[in-house]
Design a protein around this ligand. Structure first.
Ligand SMILES: Nc1ncnc2c1ncn2[C@@H]1O[C@H](COP(=O)(O)OP(=O)(O)O)[C@@H](O)[C@H]1O
Ligand SMILES: [Mg+2]
Length: 284
């Protein structure tokens, strides 16, 4: 069980995250929604300890995550892999090396500095790329790939960390609908097959409804909704997103980039990307 207890983060006198209490059992797929500035990214960054709470505490089982230091902190960061909207790959390095960089926290510093990877690590990286259906890009510089391919490389890199949890900060906000679907399907696959907890910030409601068993709505740093897609009524949506200046309620379609590929012309469905390969990451 993963727990946030009264977690608060201030920037100056601004409350970015305000007394958040959340319990997340292992293997849940959780979507966090809310307006820009609601505190979603700050919340994820605190879970990964890229940012520290101003007050409150974060727990994973018996471990107080918010108190970890040194090697224990690095181990935690390896256990919760981050996926970012802008992929955060090293553009001039080839895809395979980018994926192997996910192993860095598993190995002695000297070997890491020299970028020396073992045969097993290479095989593991290739298996991860195969699983995401992009093994043919292994030798290309990562920066030459499309956005959707780059995000799949980032997911392959995350898998190399053998994470207990994947934290994704608007992973599909820069992608077209087809690639958005491929990336969300990949996150769901990791969640269902390996039982890895996935917590993802999403800018579209329909994606959260479609993929997440649990939706957390944030507004002005606070959790204002925590429930299933079915419980997310129009009134709850209104509380999360508020209404615009003229008093009109939010229209759900405003927060939607439809991920429904059935509406795409058939020519846009590249054969190799239409579904994820049903491979397991044995040994990873
Ligand atoms: N490093 C920072 N310095 C100052 N203010 C920040 C910083 N990061 C976030 N904030 C502020 O905290 C609030 C929440 O931001 P953020 O977590 O990025 O929201 P979201 O991801 O929901 O858009 C915003 O008001 C934002 O301006
Ligand atoms: Mg954000």
């Amino acid at each position: 069980m993963f727990q946030l207890k009264n977690v608060t983060r201030r920037f100056g006198n601004r409350l970015a995250v305000d007394s958040v209490n959340i319990d997340i059992p292992q293997s849940q797929m959780v979507g966090i929604i809310g307006r820009s500035g609601a505190g979603k990214s700050t919340l994820l960054r605190m879970i990964n300890r890229l940012a520290d709470p101003s007050s409150g505490s974060i727990h994973f089982g018996d471990v107080e995550v918010s108190a970890l230091r040194g090697q224990a902190l690095r181990d935690w960061q390896r256990n919760c892999a981050m996926i970012f909207q802008q992929f955060n790959l090293v553009p001039r390095l080839d895809v395979l090396t980018n994926v192997m960089l996910g192993r860095l926290n598993h190995r002695p510093t000297a070997l890491s500095l020299l970028n020396i990877f073992s045969r097993d690590e290479r095989l593991m990286a290739i298996a991860a790329l195969e699983r995401l259906g992009i093994e043919q890009t292994a030798m290309q510089p990562a920066g030459t790939l499309s956005g959707g391919q780059q995000q799949r490389v980032a997911i392959a890199r995350a898998l190399m960390q053998n994470p207990k949890m994947v934290l994704a900060d608007e992973p599909i906000a820069s992608l077209d609908p087809l690639n958005a679907k491929i990336v969300m399907d990949a996150l769901r696959d990791i969640n269902e097959r390996e039982g890895i907890t996935v917590i993802t910030n999403l800018h579209t409601l329909d994606t959260a409804r479609q993929y997440c068993e649990r939706i957390i709505g944030m507004a002005a740093g606070k959790v204002v909704f925590d429930g299933t897609p079915a419980q997310l009524t129009a009134a709850a949506v209104h509380e999360i997103y508020g209404s615009d200046k003229d008093g009109a309620g939010i229209d759900e379609s405003m927060t939607s980039t439809s991920i429904n590929v059935a509406n795409l012309p058939t020519g846009e469905l590249a054969p190799q990307s239409a579904s994820l390969k049903p491979l397991t990451l044995a040994g990873i």
